[in-house]
Design a binder for this molecule. Sequence first.
Ligand SMILES: Cc1ncc(COP(=O)(O)O)c(C=O)c1O
Length: 379
Amino acid sequence: MIQSKLPNVGTTIFTVMSKLAADLGAINLSQGFPDFDCDPALVDAVAKHMREGRNQYAPMQGVPVLRQAIAAKFGELYGASYDPETEVTVTSGGTEAIFDAVAAVVRPGDEVIVFEPCYDSYVPAVEVNGGTAVVVSLRYPDYAVPWDEVRAAITPRTKMIALNSPHNPTATILSAADMQQLASIVDGTNLTIMSDEVYEHIIFDGARHESMARHDALRARSFIVGSFGKTYHVTGWKLGYVVAPAALTAEFRKVHQFVTFSSMTPTQYAIADFLAERRGYPELAAFYQRKRDLFLELIDGSRWRPLPSRGTYFQILDYSAITGEKDMDFALRLTREHGVASIPTSAFLYRQAPPLALRFCFAKKDDTLRAAAERLVRM
Ligand SMILES: Cc1ncc(COP(=O)(O)O)c(C=O)c1O
C-alpha cells in the first residue's frame, strides 16, 4: 500500500450530494452547474470547427485567437494589458489553472494562506505539492476578511495568498477597501497571489468586480484564474485560463505543459468566436441576478433566512429558525425527506464550527427553482 499524500481527502461533498439527489429523485440545488443548456449557437460553433478539421492538439498555451480574445477582454473590462503570447494560458478548467499556479510556486515546507469557507481544491493542491495551507477564517454571517489576521499569518515561509471573489460558497465579494488592505500587506514582499475569479461576470446590484487586473501592484504578482464553464453554461467542457505577468506565466506553463499539455481544440475556437463578438458575458450578471431575486421572492416569508448574495450563483440560507441540527445532518435529511439537495457549508470549513446554514445553487431553470422553493417554504 502507498502512504496517502492526501489522507484527509475523500469523495467530495458535491459528488455525494449530487448522487444522493439523483438516487432519490430530489431537486438538485447542490452542485454548482446549470440545469439548462448553453446557447445552441455555441454548440454549432464547436461542430463547425470540428467539421473544418480543428481536431488535433492545440498549442500548449492555447489557440492564438482565444488568447487574443482573453487579453482583449481584460483590456476592455479592467484596463489591463496582457500579452497573449507570454501572459495568457488556456487550461482545462479553472481547477487545472489553480493546481498549476500552486504547483509552479509551492515547494515542500512553503505556506499558502487560504480563507475558509474555502473552495475545495485549494488545500489539496497545496498539500500534494508539499506545502501547508494556513487557514484564515471568514466568519459567519458577514464573512468579512480579517486583514489583521492575514497580516499576522504571514511568515518567512509564506509564498502565496489564495483569494476568490466573487466567493464560493458565501457569495460575498472583495471591495475596493479589501484590495487596498491586500496591497498594503503584500507591498515589499515576494508573495504571489492566486486569484480565483471564475465568477467575475456574475456580480450583482451594480457592484464592480475587483479583479487583481485593475490594480497594478496586485496584478504584478497575480495568477488570475477564469473559467468558461461558468460564463457560458458549459461546465462539462472544462475550459479555463490563467493570465499572469510573463515571469509567472513562464513557470506556470512549465507545469501546465506536463499536467494536460493542452486543452480541447474545437471548444477553444468556438469560445474565441463568442468572445470576439462580446457574446454572453455582458448580460450574465443580469441573467443570474434575476434568478437570485426569483428564488428569494419564492422563499420570502418562510423560515429560511437569506444572507446577502452579491455574486456567484449561490445563496446561503440560514435555517436556525427551523432546526438546530448540524448542517451535514440537516442537508441529508432535507434531501431524503423534503426532496431538495443543498451543500452544507462545513464542506468548505477546516477550523471553525459550521453555522446553521446551507448553500443553494440557483443556476437552475425557473421551474426548478419554483419546485424547490415550494418544498422549502413548507418547512
Ligand atoms: C470558486 C471556484 N473555483 C474554481 C472552480 C472550478 O472551475 P472549473 O469547473 O472551470 O474547473 C469552481 C467550480 O465550481 C469554483 O466554484
